[in-house]
Design a protein around this ligand. Structure first.
Ligand code: CO
Length: 295
């Protein structure tokens, strides 16, 4: 049994180290996000700093602006800039040997301080509900309450999640609203809690643009271009990667790999009524009487 204990210890240690790296990257990047800075510059800064500090990006740096909520990352040679008034979510992940820490912050370049605070307060209250034996429905309930109390709506179809080696979205699903379908948290579980608050109706849908993919099945392919892409992305295992990280990734081939069930695509998710969206996220380890925040 000691072997199992050691293994759990090792996973927790790597989670904590990945979390420390993310803490530092968050601190460094915060002041760099400002009007007229390129989105690509920020994404590359985050990903390179994670590598320099001794981890690997667990997924491409997500930069979701205004009504975008998730899964946006710049494309190769992207020339878009941050603008005055933008509300910017940075969702960043680091992994060490597949062991992941995941965190997000919102940077307000306008006048949406209350919206940012709603997600932050919801996260803080949610973490206070975490202990071994706690029900995830209690977490969803406080998230919804904090956000509604500030006059906003939680985004109901984006969720917190468990973290397992090489799996950025593992069970349990942690809803951002009250439900009676909760599950019990167990001691030692690693979970990411990520409330989203919005001025819209509280729902996101795909808006078309796709830059992030992951491998979901291994299957032989006939085309040389497909084989080359699969060879290049093998090192990411089951973790998401960005199209811009690849030497060549024509849309026609990426779409074919998605149709064949080999790749999964992560289209950008935006609030359906174009409401502004804020997000806050921490990775925590469930402890007997509470939670250890690692990010
Ligand atoms: Co997450």
């Amino acid at each position: 049994m000691d072997g199992v204990v050691d293994e759990v210890e090792e996973v927790h240690e790597k989670t904590i180290k990945a979390g420390e790296i993310l803490k530092q990257v968050k601190e460094e990047v915060r002041s760099l996000v400002k009007p007229n800075t390129k989105l690509l510059e920020i994404a590359e800064f985050v990903e390179n700093r994670i590598r320099e500090l001794g981890a690997e990006p667990a997924f491409p740096c997500n930069i979701s602006i205004n009504s975008d909520a998730a899964h946006f990352t710049p494309k190769k040679d992207d020339d878009r800039f941050f603008k005055e008034g933008d509300i910017v979510k940075l969702d960043i992940g680091a992994h060490i040997d597949g062991i992941i820490a995941d965190t997000a912050i919102t940077i307000d370049l306008g006048d949406n301080g209350d919206l940012v605070l709603a997600a932050e307060k919801a996260l803080e209250s949610a973490i206070n509900e975490v202990y071994a034996g706690a029900d995830t429905s209690a977490i969803g309930e406080v998230i919804e309450k904090e956000i509604r109390d500030m006059g906003f709506k939680p985004v109901i179809n984006l969720t917190g999640h468990g973290l397992l080696p090489y799996l950025a979205h593992a069970p349990p699903t942690i809803l951002n609203y009250r439900t009676n379908r909760g599950v019990k948290l167990e001691e030692g579980m690693i979970i990411a809690i990520e409330p989203f608050a919005t001025t819209g109706v509280g729902k996101v849908s795909e808006r078309g643009e796709t830059e992030i993919y992951s491998v979901v099945a291994k299957r032989p392919v006939r085309m040389k271009q497909e084989r080359e892409i699969l060879k290049e992305v093998k090192k990411y295992k089951t973790l998401p990667f960005a199209k811009r990280w690849l030497k060549k990734a024509p849309n026609i081939i990426m779409n074919k790999l998605v149709r064949e069930g080999i790749l999964r695509s992560y289209p950008v998710l935006a609030e359906i009524e174009k409401g502004l969206v804020s997000q806050a996220e921490h990775t925590v380890i469930v402890e007997e009487n509470g939670a250890k925040i690692v990010t």
